[in-house]
Design a protein around this ligand. Sequence first.
Ligand SMILES: Cc1cc2nc3c(=O)[nH]c(=O)nc-3n(C[C@H](O)[C@H](O)[C@H](O)COP(=O)(O)OP(=O)(O)OC[C@H]3O[C@@H](n4cnc5c(N)ncnc54)[C@H](O)[C@@H]3O)c2cc1C
Length: 306
Amino acid sequence: MCSIFSAVHKETLQRLFPTAKLDEPLRRYTAWKIGGPADALLEPSSAGELVQAVKTALEHGIPVTILGGGTNVLILDGGIRGLTVRLAKALTDVTVTGTSVIADAGVLYPVLANTTAGKGLAGLEFATGIPGTVGGAVYMNAGAYGSETREVLVWADVYKPESGQVERLPNAGLELSYRRSALHDRPGWTVLRAAYALVPGEAGELKARIKEFRAQRMTGSPNRPSCGSTFKRPEGDYPGRVIEAAGLKGTRVGQIEVSPIHANYFVNHGGGTARDVLKLIEYSRETVRDKLGIKLELEVRILGEP
Ligand SMILES: Cc1cc2nc3c(=O)[nH]c(=O)nc-3n(C[C@H](O)[C@H](O)[C@H](O)COP(=O)(O)OP(=O)(O)OC[C@H]3O[C@@H](n4cnc5c(N)ncnc54)[C@H](O)[C@@H]3O)c2cc1C
């Protein structure tokens, strides 16, 4: 019975989204190299196609999940039901007018950092260390080296499924705070593009700054699949420091390890599962709470089914 339902369901997905890949393993699309299959994975080639796909899915009661670069998600081993829309390879236009920059949701942040620096525009150099997309960066208010997306973002065009409209939300309307935005409480809202206000700078100096940031990353971060920071900063402290102080560096569950190089990175030694990541997350949280009395909150977003 279950398999008949699932066959009909897959048939419907294929009919509604002929270019989608069915049963596509999502570990291929995540920085952690972890994640079960998407019932259907669509990589739209335009904002119009994206909006139409989301509308169609919702009209048919099919759940929709948006994936950017997959660099801040733990996709569970059971994968994602319904339609998963991935924007990292599509929607990649950047328009520069004076000091104003408009970037599509799928533009990678390091690419945006390079492009704007090359045009002598300062403000997005920090983005070089953040491997995700513009959409993911708005969703997460991504930041590094003391700067954050909210400091340079002017507006974002957001598709709201409940109204079926694209709305231009100003910075304030996105309620950006430390690794958070209004989108966390509005499932289905999808960032299509974002505008940034930058300031004139000297291209050579900006590129040198980017190079310096990159060199810092090379020495301070493990060279294995991970999602970057697993936990957010606790009040007045750093997660890497407290996890290390709790004696957790090198702790391992299956193929997942608290990196000996940076304790807030949980690295995958190959073939690791989301189940093992979750176990290591819980164990680390409990140990830090019991030994240091500090509560750690996840930065990584969890998607899909166990
Ligand atoms: C090695 C490494 C280093 C990192 N360093 C940093 C760092 O220094 N600073 C930092 O802030 N982060 C860092 N990260 C985390 C990550 O790169 C950022 O959080 C990034 O902004 C996530 O973007 P993404 O496109 O990969 O989003 P995804 O991981 O694909 O998605 C994250 C969330 O955003 C949602 N989302 C994605 N795109 C859209 C969209 N268009 N519309 C609506 N919702 C969307 C998803 O549904 C999901 O809930 C690092 C990650 C790695 C692997």
